[in-house]
Design a protein around this ligand. Structure first.
Ligand code: G1P
Length: 292
């Protein structure tokens, strides 16, 4: 089966970026000139996803507007002959891509957010993409790498990367059956373990491909870490019935859910942005001198 749908859980409050996120969705924060959610969508589009499902909340209307047309802006750009900008704005979503929005009425966790989208998925595999994790996959987007594995195995798959041992309590952490390859079967998975009890130093980053069996698991998953319904706990249940794989993807991931990760991403993307890269490099050199 092919993966054509992706869920983007975007209902979170973004408390780590207050006050910026008081009235604006954290997913709309830009890295240079593009909002985080657009990078996440581009990761999915590169993997052949054609149906985007956003699980939103009342304060996230800007996301819906971003992926819709803006007649006033487009007419204005057209009248002023700003064709490059018009193309940029109209090209945010290519033709043939559809968007659906569903509300998560209260923040009850990632697992609950995924469950909210159940009615929009029949019996097919789907992706879950967390916009907080910005991933530069280089030649191939992270989700594209995962879809390639899924097409061979038809098994659920999560993206993982090595994390600092002290950071296990920020991630879902997997135990894998073999460490000899970058793709392995998962033997166990636990949400945010203390370093002393973590099964490994492989942390889950925000990209998943899941079979529809996950919904039965989610429906029977009690509140876990942080008092929320955790996707990780449902995957732990799924493991007992189906194979679930972990992929150590190629590429660089930026944790844009943290201030430092967000700043790191901004620097990395500015240094390769065609419009500002040169001047920005010069600026950084000046700053570096001040720091020394
Ligand atoms: C979520 C997941 C966690 C995963 C992380 C990746 O946690 O629950 O398993 O490792 O995303 O970013 P959150 O960062 O939303 O607390």
């Amino acid at each position: 089966m092919k993966v054509t749908k992706a869920i983007f859980p975007v209902a979170g409050l973004g408390t780590r970026f207050l006050p910026a996120t008081k009235a604006n969705p954290k997913e709309m924060m830009p890295i240079v000139d593009k909002p985080l959610i657009q990078y996440a969508v581009e990761d999915a589009l590169a993997a052949g996803i054609t149906e985007l499902i956003f699980v939103t909340s009342s304060s996230k209307r800007a996301i819906e507007d971003h992926f819709d047309s803006n007649f006033e802006l487009e007419a204005n750009l057209f009248d002023r002959g700003k064709h490059d900008l018009l193309e940029l704005v109209q090209g945010i979503l290519p033709a043939g891509i559809s968007c659906a929005y569903i509300r998560q009425k209260s923040p009850q966790g990632l697992g609950h957010a995924v469950l909210c989208a159940k009615q929009l998925l029949s019996s097919e595999p789907f992706a879950v993409v967390l916009a907080d994790d910005l991933i530069d996959g280089g030649q191939q987007s992270c989700l594209q790498q995962m879809v390639t594995v899924f097409e061979q195995t038809q098994a659920s798959i999560v993206a993982v990367e090595k994390i600092a041992p002290a950071d296990t309590k920020k991630y879902g952490v997997v135990e894998i059956e073999s460490t000899s390859s970058h793709i392995a079967k998962i033997a166990g998975i636990v949400e945010k373990p203390e370093p002393a009890v973590a099964p490994s130093n492989l942390g889950v980053v925000g990209r998943y491909i899941l079979t529809p069996a996950i919904f039965d698991m989610l429906e029977n998953t009690a509140k876990g870490s942080g008092g929320e319904i955790q996707l990780t706990d449902a995957i732990a249940k799924l493991l007992k019935k189906e194979t679930v794989m972990a992929l150590q993807f190629k590429g660089k991931r930026y944790d844009c859910g943290s201030k430092l990760g967000y700043l790191e991403a901004t620097i990395a993307y500015a240094l390769k942005h065609p419009e500002v890269a040169g001047d920005f490099q010069a600026l950084l050199r000046e700053f570096a001198q001040c720091v020394n």
